[in-house]
Design a protein around this ligand. Structure first.
Ligand SMILES: Cc1cc2nc3c(=O)[nH]c(=O)nc-3n(C[C@H](O)[C@H](O)[C@H](O)COP(=O)(O)O)c2cc1C
Length: 245
């Protein structure tokens, strides 16, 4: 069948997408949000089951969630580097402790650590945040809970029964959605940071218990802040290709 599209510019288009970490307050039209979700749904899916649910937080719901997340983050931000007393106090107080996806708060496994460290080091040095400046680093992380100023936050839930295949479906959906947004001049950033408090999201949306929160994606128009011109390191294909025996 003759193709009715041009694929010539795909590589440069895909390569030109970078995560956006500072947004203008300009609202995103509902029709546009629906269009990019619709583009997300052109992805492949496990037996075409689409085991995902998307909660679109905007307006008052978005603002309430941001306030709640910031309050929880402020309650726990000193726990990680703190002593045993700080940790015990946090457990007793409970406020802010993750209610889902604890994995987000752990360090990556040893073999993947160098890649994660490189990303953190390069991003922070790009925006002139000193590695040892905990306050500045915490401040930068807290921006996650303001959704980096984005007017829209999408929460992606996956069906629990399909395990990694539901997460795979969600990933495929998310990437089509993210590229669709990019093609329309919108910026996005997937956010594991917001996956740790599923209960807060459930308070705002009617979500079937069979689904659990995977991550968030902030969506909006990028500002001209320096952080948005950061280009994360990209691996070369050989770094992820298995060797023949
Ligand atoms: C599932 C997932 C969760 C992520 N969580 C966060 C996050 O919480 N905060 C953040 O600033 N970036 C987050 N990112 C963005 C990654 O850091 C980013 O995609 C990576 O460094 C590559 O950069 P690029 O998207 O600009 O190509 C996440 C990405 C994915 C796929």
């Amino acid at each position: 069948m003759e193709k009715s599209f041009s694929s010539d510019s795909f590589s440069s288009f895909a390569a030109s997408r970078h995560s956006t970490r500072d947004f203008l307050p300009t609202p995103v039209d509902d029709e546009l949000i629906e269009q990019i979700i619709s583009d997300g749904l052109t992805s492949p899916s496990w037996s075409n089951t689409r085991p995902i649910v998307i909660a679109v937080a905007k307006g008052d719901v978005r603002d309430r969630l941001s306030v709640e997340f910031l309050s929880r983050w402020n309650a726990i931000k000193d726990v990680r580097g703190g002593g045993i007393l700080t940790k015990i106090k946090a457990v007793l107080r409970r406020h802010g402790l993750p209610t889902s996806n604890w994995i987000v708060t752990r360090s990556p496994p040893k073999d993947l650590m160098p890649r994660s460290k490189k990303q953190g080091k390069e991003l922070y040095s790009y925006v002139e945040i000193d590695r040892d400046d905990k306050k500045a680093r915490d401040g930068a992380w807290a921006r996650n809970y303001e959704f980096f100023g984005a007017p829209v936050e999408l929460f992606v839930f996956t069906h629990k029964s399909l395990g990694k295949f539901a997460a795979s479906d969600a990933g495929l959906f998310m990437q089509n959605l993210i590229l669709s947004a990019h093609s329309k001049g919108l910026g996005t950033c997937p956010q594991g940071a917001v996956a740790i408090w599923e209960d807060a999201v459930r308070k705002e949306f009617d979500i079937d218990k069979k689904y659990s929160l995977l991550c968030g994606i902030c969506l909006g128009y990028p500002s001209n802040e320096k952080i948005n011109s950061f280009e994360a390191h990209r691996l070369s294909p050989s770094e992820i290709m298995a060797q023949e025996k």
